[in-house]
Ligand binder design. Structure first.
Ligand code: NAP
Length: 482
């Protein structure tokens, strides 16, 4: 277990250091807001500049190391993550309010990600196609970008930093990460792991502080060649504007639909929708927030959905069967409660949840379901990032697909059906990066490409071997022996 208070610091050039100003911000346990878990430095442009300098200084040696050597360090990091599983998961549950069961799975996933990309050290691909010119050998190889900036959200506090760092490292880049202020202790624990694994000084650097004070100077620093961001669409699109001349990868918000067809197993479909909408209190980019149901099974599905929601357990993040704890902080809590007021005007209330009235005992919000929602309404169009589900009626399959696609977002979409035709057509016509057939929208696998389209995703996909594409650039070499 962690100590009750952690005084975290920045990690620059292999050393832990406070902000020059000495200023810190407190990290609060959202399950129990009176409990301060620790503090993290409130840094500024000066610390960012030093971190970029450290990363630039470490670059020549790191990129010239054999990829298998880089991979060996990453494998070691995976081992250490596994050795620290209970400590890391417990910190995650306390810092972000993620249920312990899910936190344990996230720690395992972080280890698997380091192992997956570590093993790419033996495999990093290139091509040697036949040249069109006689006597010439032509080949293309991957090269690192250089110093990359990673900006991460709080909701997957180990997995997202890992799935950005690991492909960046195996490709030979050096890193400055600015973690979410709400997950800075988790990020610091990952720095500790990498340091214990023997990562050379300066290869990974972390600077904590607000988006404006730390994120802005980081994305505009001319020494930074690539920016990989995960977070809200508004912040992401702002970063894209400011990161002039850099390679940019943005993974952003979602308003993910789940279509329920007349031939579906409605009990199973309701369980998948409730799990995806309310697990982790709806705070996943892949959460289902719109159930689009054809009219012939609309009322029946709503009854199933009510039962599935009632069976979902909310409360203490350390109970084994808890699916959702609190939302992450007071500001999210207030925003979600305001969105619930709007939702109750935008639809017929089916499950009347909301604030538990015990804010001092944690930022808990119970699920809210509203039906008969117009897809043009605010509730159906704006990401709430909380346990709120809109149910929307569709005439038939074509109408359901039209509604599902009628959003500026395009991360993931699900369908409940037994029909091969619906399955095929839905997969082809869905304007998203991920399609789920009879499986939850929430929950993805680390070894396949992940990411959205439209305003959910910009640039190359993350995860799987596709995750290498952002962190490398192709160099083509033509050789003629004389
Ligand atoms: P957020 O408010 O956009 O913050 C994300 C990160 O950006 C944080 O580190 C934040 O720092 C930083 N930031 C804020 N303003 C910035 C600026 N001006 N310049 C540079 N960086 C800045 O998002 P969040 O609340 O942490 O996470 C929830 C959002 O993430 C949701 O919209 C969710 O859908 C999305 N998400 C998407 C994916 C995906 O793969 N598509 C995965 C997970 C989450 P501070 O923490 O200091 O504000």
């Amino acid at each position: 277990m962690i100590e009750s208070q952690i005084e975290s610091q920045n990690f620059i050039g292999g050393e832990w250091a406070p902000a020059d100003s000495g200023e810190t911000s407190e990290i609060i346990n959202p399950s129990k807001p009176s409990e301060v878990l620790g503090t993290t430095p409130s840094s500024s442009a000066d610390e960012v500049s030093r971190a970029v300098e450290a990363a630039a200084g470490a670059l020549p040696e790191w990129k010239s190391m054999l990829p298998s050597g880089r991979g060996a360090i990453m494998m070691k990091a995976a081992d250490i993550i596994e050795e620290k599983t209970d400590e890391l998961a417990s910190l995650m549950a306390r810092e972000t309010g993620k249920p312990m069961g899910e936190s344990l799975m996230e720690v395992a996933r972080a280890a698997a990600i380091f192992r997956f990309y570590g093993s790419e050290g033996w495999r990093l691909d290139g091509t040697i196609p036949p040249s069109t010119r006689p006597g010439i050998q032509i080949s293309s190889v991957r090269e690192p970008l250089g110093v990359v900036a990673l900006i991460t959200p709080w909701n997957f506090p180990l997995a997202i930093p890992s799935w950005k760092m690991a492909p960046a490292l195996i490709c030979g880049n050096t890193i400055v990460i600015k973690p979410a202020s709400n997950a800075a202790l988790n990020a610091a624990s990952l720095m500790q792991v990498l340091s214990e694994a023997g990562l050379p000084e300066g290869v990974v650097n972390m600077v904590t502080g607000s988006g404006g004070a730390v994120g802005d100077p980081l994305v505009t620093d001319p020494r930074v060649k690539g920016v990989s961001f995960t977070g809200s669409t508004s912040v992401g699109l702002g970063i894209q504007e400011r990161a002039v001349g850099k390679k940019v990868q943005l993974e952003m918000g979602g308003k993910n639909p789940y279509v329920v067809m007349e031939d579906a197993d409605l009990t199973d479909a309701a369980q998948k929708v409730a799990f995806s909408a309310f697990g982790y209190a709806g705070q996943k980019c892949t959460a289902t927030s719109r159930a689009v149901v054809v009219e012939s099974v609309y009322d029946e599905f709503i009854e199933e959905l009510k039962s599935a929601t009632e069976a979902t357990k909310f409360g203490d993040v350390f109970d084994d069967d808890t699916a959702a704890g609190p939302v992450v902080n007071k500001s999210q809590y207030n925003d979600i409660l305001a969105a619930i007021e709007t939702a109750k005007k935008d639809g017929r209330v089916i499950v009347d949840g909301g604030a538990t009235g015990l804010e001092e005992d944690g930022y808990f919000i119970s699920p809210v379901i509203v039906a008969d929602v117009d897809n043009a309404s605010e509730t159906a169009q704006e990401e709430i990032f909380g346990p709120v589900l809109a149910v929307i009626k569709a005439r038939d399959f074509d109408h359901a697909v039209e509604i599902a696609n009628d959003t500026r977002y395009g991360l993931t979409a699900g369908i409940a059906t037994r029909s091969l035709r619906y399955t095929q057509e839905f997969s082809e016509r869905s304007e998203v990066g991920i399609v789920n057939v009879n499986t939850p929208t929430a929950g993805v696998e680390f070894h396949v490409p992940f990411g959205g389209v439209k305003e959910s995703g910009v640039g190359p996909k993350e995860q799987g071997t596709a995750g290498l594409d952002f962190y490398s650039t192709w160099k083509t070499v033509a050789i003629r022996a004389v």
